[in-house]
Design a protein around this ligand. Structure first.
Ligand code: G3I
Length: 440
């Protein structure tokens, strides 16, 4: 481990920092982690390079409630505490899944009514424990079969489709501020399974179920990254939901070759670019940042090397591919705006504890805009309290504004204005890092 630490330190000092590059582009770059490893080089990289953490196993039912009524939070606490200490977001994974359930639950022979209560009690306990500390919850994980029908899981077989709505409602009740996601794999491109997910999500929306986002796991294989990834993300975003790539890895046959690593670099970049191109894509999470912390070799013998760092925490070409897709040019320069819109921020009114600001997005490109996103930082503790003509969210200093459905389209040379009220406790300096990006 010592050798690995030595290998990492120069990178930390000189190289790109994915979380900062991603911030500048208005998305979050995260990683799944293993709680017990969060020290040494692994901990340094996890803390420095990534803006969000997902516990790889520590929040699953068998981890947190191995015995009925007896909770074990130490692994999950460790990840959440680490994230807070490093200013990172947390993606909670996962509340309701067919896998990694404790045997007392799977073998309990519970009647439907009791099983439903066990499920909602579990959600209340777990999401309630981390209320206000988890940014996104994978509320229901992998609810679909490959043909797009609902998976014949314990939950579905016993409770029917309504288990999904009940799970989301229980999660919303337990933590009203967390963004609630459904999450699945092999749904990354257009196809039968993602059609099934799309239909499910539409049904949930029609029923008024509190769902905020859709996670696309993206456990991919080199040479088989779906060409329709961006189009697929976009169609879910167009339902009015956030989308995210939640478990990205791109595996290859071992031993690795230079050609394989080069292709993997291009494909990590491609997935990152797809998220950047969709305004409601909130970020990308890699499923383990190092090949020594990846599930692939155990599950697919003969395959591996699926993450951006090798077994010794040395960054691979894939890492550079991500950095470049986020705008890194090799010299530590800030990424180019790369957009065809500009934005201004004007304080229109100020009073003792607050202010009103107007932001104007202008199409400076040569084609009409179909969606836009503006990001900035309020550096003096200002908080957005109300907004109009855009969906505005704030996480610490960072503010993100996404177009409303009715003002996504901006003709060439045209502009749209949105506004907000903010609170302040002292001075009200102008925002920093004000950036407009395009795409829907
Ligand atoms: O902790 C035990 C250890 O004590 C024991 O010695 C060892 C022996 O095999 O097993 C360890 O547990 C393993 C656990 O990971 C922690 O490493 C389990 O066997 C192993 O099955 C488990 O695999 C996890 C897998 O989910 C289970 O389905 C992977 O780490 C985890 O990365 C993976 O994550 C899933 C997502 O939750 C959902 N999407 C797919 C993704 C990949 O399968």
């Amino acid at each position: 481990m010592l050798a690995a630490t030595v290998a990492v330190l120069p990178l930390l000092a000189d190289g790109p920092v994915l979380r900062d590059l991603a911030d500048t582009r208005g998305i979050t770059y995260g990683t799944a982690v293993t709680a017990s490893k969060l020290t040494g080089a692994y901990g340094e990289l996890a803390g420095e390079q990534f803006g969000a953490l997902t516990p790889g196993n520590e929040m699953k039912w068998e981890s947190v409630e191995p015995t009925r009524g007896s909770y074990s939070w130490s692994g999950a606490d460790r990840v959440v505490d680490f994230a807070e200490a490093h200013g990172q977001k947390v993606r909670g994974h996962t509340l309701v899944w067919h896998s990694q359930l404790p045997s007392w639950l799977t073998g309990g022979g519970f009647p439907a009514a009791e099983l439903r209560t066990l499920m909602t009690d579990h959600i209340a306990a777990e999401a309630g424990r981390y209320k206000g500390r988890v940014d996104y919850w994978d509320v229901v994980n992998e609810p679909l079969d490959e043909d797009g029908s609902l998976r014949r899981s314990l939950w579905y077989e016993q409770l029917g489709e309504s288990y999904i709505a009940d799970a989301f409602r229980a999660a919303r009740a337990a933590d009203p501020d967390a963004k609630l996601y459904v999450n699945d794999y092999n749904t990354d491109g257009l196809g039968a399974k993602s059609d099934g997910l799309y239909a499910l999500v539409k049904r949930l929306i029609a029923q008024g179920v509190p769902i905020d986002g859709v996670g696309f796991q993206a456990h991919l294989i080199i040479g088989q990254v779906p060409a329709t990834l961006e189009a697929n993300l976009k169609r879910f975003a167009d339902l009015g939901l956030d989308v995210a790539v939640t478990e990205l890895d791109i595996r290859m046959a071992l031993p690795v070759t230079d050609a394989g690593l080069a292709q993997q670099k291009a494909e990590f970049a491609r997935v990152t670019t797809a998220c950047l191109a969709v305004a409601r894509c909130v970020g990308v999470t890699v499923w383990g940042f190092a090949d020594s912390d990846s599930w692939i070799p155990d599950t697919f013998p003969g395959q591996g090397a699926a993450t951006p760092y090798d077994e010794n925490y040395v960054p691979k070409p894939a890492y550079t591919g991500i950095a470049e897709a986020l705008g890194w040019t090799g010299g530590g320069d800030p990424p180019p705006a790369g957009s065809s819109c500009s934005v201004t921020h004007t304080v229109q009114n100020e009073w003792g504890s607050g202010f009103t600001a107007a932001l104007t997005v202008r199409n400076t490109g040569t084609a009409p805009l179909d969606g836009w996103k503006v990001t900035w930082e309020y550096g003096a503790g200002q908080r957005v309290t109300q907004a109009w003509n855009a969906t505005v969210t704030q996480s610490a200093a960072r503010v993100t504004a996404v177009n409303a459905a009715y003002n996504a389209a901006v003709p060439t040379g045209g502009s749209v204005t949105f506004g907000l009220n903010g609170s302040r406790s002292g001075t009200n300096p102008p925002p920093t890092g004000l950036l407009c990006t395009t795409g829907s």
